[in-house]
Design a protein around this ligand. Structure first.
Ligand code: XMP
Length: 509
């Protein structure tokens, strides 16, 4: 990799978005904390630095700062919002509170400048700031303005320091990507040829270098991250990779069988299936509390995994499907991160491995998907909806029994069938049914019923951090309800969950 942008995180809610936008323009980018060392910032290559927005006021005590050496590395620096104000402040300009807080869409006037090439005069920019640069530092020129903002963008071409007060990373800024493209091409002079698909060869080479002639063991869940990671490692070291798929009895209809066939037949992976369903269900007997369910499943998963890993023997490395948001959210910026939330059981601590392999740890979910497709992984796996590690256990409210799991599985199968028939699969982030545990009175064929209510949950999202309940067309909802009641014994009522996140969560438990 010869082109790389570092995004320094001043605490803006859009920080990941900035890194993503740079990548969308074809340059690999990394979001780093302000505490990152000089070596870390320099990395193998450094072409430019972006300072993000943030919640502080530059003139207040305790406001975030970055080390002075950031500006001495010989690469252009672009500040966004707080980042711009910070550049102004440390170079002798003045930052003050706005008389009226500028928030929302604003029309901007753009000067003729390489950073603003292609920006339409009067185009909309997204503002959200309490402070503004009231006096620009010496050596800088104002290159954009809005009604309220005398310096909506500035530039010091000599020292290659730039700032935009508006958030060009959010989609509300018209043509905002153009600012990134201009910064990368016109200011940093980059070719912009990076793609996630194009990184496959490098990732495979890195895996080979790390593993040498060692062996790798992986826990596969059937999800996209662990699958793409396994396919990469398989391409790198072939059958020295052994995958373990644990069926904890909490999977969806036919899932264990389908996943196994798929991994073996379509992907050619060396995979061991472990049917541990009885064992898990026994441990979960009578357990109602959601957190206890999670803990029991996590713990049991570790035990099963450990046993299998020992049976395989002499594996040197453990493969994890960690992706970039996991790394960023941990705040540790690149250390080995295992969240029990993401990988049931997480890292088995007392199994000895020489090291962990995390080939996807610099990629976002959509990039993992693009990489997966380029590796030839079929679309139905690459575009699978996320499924939680604890599986259906956290979709059965209250204690778990085989009867309840069967009802849940059947209803979930019908929902998935109907969503597919309606062509809505790609439009939804997740869609599933919930065994609510509630029984209610109904009437079917002139007879009174007293049966279970099934909840239907369908959400849209880009990252699962915040979600909207999905506006599934009424005719589709009607059909889902009718099919579930007609086809699943002991269900006489279907309810649709119209709660977004926040305040709800995606899963009910
Ligand atoms: P919530 O319910 O917290 O879910 O809004 C956010 C996303 O995470 C998934 N999820 C889990 N995934 N282990 C996992 O691997 C878990 O314990 C777990 N809990 C929730 C959930 O399906 C959604 O995609």
């Amino acid at each position: 990799m010869t082109e790389r942008i570092v995004v320094l995180d001043f605490g803006c809610q859009y920080n990941q978005l900035v890194a993503r936008r740079v990548r969308e323009c074809g340059v690999f980018s990394e979001l780093l904390p302000l505490s990152a060392s000089k070596e870390r910032v320099l990395g193998n290559a450094l072409s430019g630095i972006i300072l993000t927005g943030g919640p502080d006021s530059t003139y207040e005590k305790g406001a975030r700062t970055c080390p002075d050496w950031v500006f001495t590395l010989g690469v252009p620096v672009l500040g966004i919002c707080y980042g711009m104000q910070y550049i102004a402040q440390i170079n002798g300009g003045t930052v003050e509170p706005c008389a009226i807080r500028e928030y929302g869409r604003k029309a901007a006037h753009f000067e003729n400048h390489p950073l603003l090439e292609g920006m339409k005069e009067g185009g909309i920019v997204w503002m959200t700031h309490n402070d503004y640069v009231s006096r620009i530092p010496e050596g800088f020129n104002v290159i954009a303005t809005t009604d309220c903002c005398p310096a909506a963008a500035f530039a010091d071409d000599e020292r290659k320091l730039y700032g935009v007060q508006f958030h060009c990373e959010v989609s509300h800024t018209e043509n905002g990507n153009r600012i990134f493209k201009n910064f990368l091409k016109n200011i940093c002079g980059l070719k912009c040829e990076w793609t996630p698909e194009g990184s496959a060869d490098t990732l495979i080479e890195e895996i080979r270098a790390q593993v040498g002639d060692g062996r790798v063991v992986a826990g596969l869940s059937g999800g996209v991250d662990s699958s793409v990671a396994a396919v990469l490692v398989h391409k790198a070291i072939g059958d020295r990779l052994t995958c373990i798929f644990v069926d904890h009895g909490l999977l969806r209809q036919n899932e264990a069988q389908e996943v196994m066939e798929f991994y073996r037949d379509s992907l050619g992976l060396n995979i061991i299936a472990v049917d541990a369903s009885e064992r898990f269900l026994k441990k979960l007997e009578g357990v109602v509390d959601p957190e206890r369910k999670r803990k029991i499943i996590g713990e049991e998963f570790i035990r099963v995994f450990e046993e299998q890993a020992k049976l395989i023997g002499d594996a040197d490395y453990l493969l994890q499907g960690t992706i970039y948001p996991d790394v960023i959210e941990s705040g540790s910026g690149g250390a080995c991160v295992i969240k029990s939330h993401h990988n049931v059981g997480g890292l088995p601590e007392d199994v000895n491995f020489k090291g962990i392999i995390e080939p996807l740890k610099t990629l976002f979910k959509d990039e993992v998907r693009a990489l997966g497709e380029s590796l030839g992984i079929p679309a139905n796996l690459v575009w699978r909806q996320p499924f939680p590690g604890p599986g259906l256990a956290i979709r059965v409210i209250g204690d778990i029994t085989k009867e309840k799991l069967d009802i849940l599985r059947q209803s979930d199968y019908i929902l998935r069938r109907e969503v597919k028939a309606a062509g809505l699969e790609r439009a939804l982030w997740q869609y599933f049914t919930v065994f609510t545990g509630i029984r209610s009175v109904g009437v079917m064929g002139d007879l009174r019923t007293y049966d279970y209510a099934i909840g239907v949950r369908a959400v849209t999202s880009t990252d699962a951090m915040s979600v909207e309940w999905a506006e599934i067309p009424f005719p589709v909802l009607r059909r889902i309800s009718e099919c579930i009641i007609a086809e699943v014994p002991h269900v006489n009522r279907v309810v649709y969950d119209i709660t977004s996140k926040p305040p709800g969560t995606i899963e009910w438990e």
